[in-house]
Ligand binder design. Sequence first.
Ligand code: AMP
Length: 307
Amino acid sequence: MSVLVVGSMAIDSVETPFGKREDALGGSATYFSTAASLLTDVRLVAVIGGDFPEKHVDSLKTRAIDLSGLERIPNGKTFFWAGKYGANLNEAQTLDTQLNVFADFHPKLPEHYRDTDFVFLANIHPRLQLEVLEQVKKPKLVALDTMNLWINIERPALLDVLKRVDLLMINEGEARLLSGEHNIVKAARAIRAMGPKILVIKRGEYGALYFDAESVFFAPAYPLESVFDPTGAGDTFAGGVMGYLSRTGKTDRGTFQQAIVMGCVLGSFTVEEFSNDRLLRATKSEVQERFARFRELTHFQELTDLT
Ligand code: AMP
């Protein structure tokens, strides 16, 4: 099976307490596809400008990523994002966003992308997310990401998309903003009533929560000694989740639980270095090893009878 992603490819400028990098490869579709391609075939739709370094395209070509949906506008500039992290590595402060070629972008799916079973609508304008849904045939599962910006300024369009997706993956702050509820369990109930049957709330270094109609599941973040740059952790997480679901072709609860752990495992590589540098070097056996460590981390014996 394969997974389709529509999102940003970007040039980022990132500052963390440990260093600064200009002209880094970034973007939601970049992180997502680097992660998911460790597990399944990826079909990517994004737009870049003439300034986008060819070496970045080449690095994605080394993976199982179909780039026929990547549009290059030779006389345009690539989407640019500048962000900074303080001591709280869970939340980026956006310093600058330049839409550039994204401003006039309308996703066009190559014909052979239309029957993809697993679809990920990364964080872009909700109207563009709707345009993608108009072009896909009958996906098995559609997942969505969004951000504060769209919740604040494009709420009606976002509510339209939400009615049409199966899975929403957002962070804790976004869940509170979208639902108007501070308590995360109440927020989850309110958001699920907006459309998505399944909700995953990402909590940075505190892991991720899964909610469906009957159950809740929690996965912690992988305990790392050095978190260097959290940029892209969320998109990498989504790539791990969707990549794993697509690899297995299943969407039952047990598979979802493994998929969420896979999201946390792949996210742990991304945050170790700037950009997608570490994730690009992660091998399948390293992924397998961290997944196994996760089981040890979260397994404990049943309680003996207290009475
Ligand atoms: P994450 O840390 O997973 O939430 O995502 C970080 C990536 O999102 C960065 O590489 C940015 O280039 C990208 N990004 C930031 N703001 C936007 C936006 N408004 N639209 C699309 N992509 C964005």
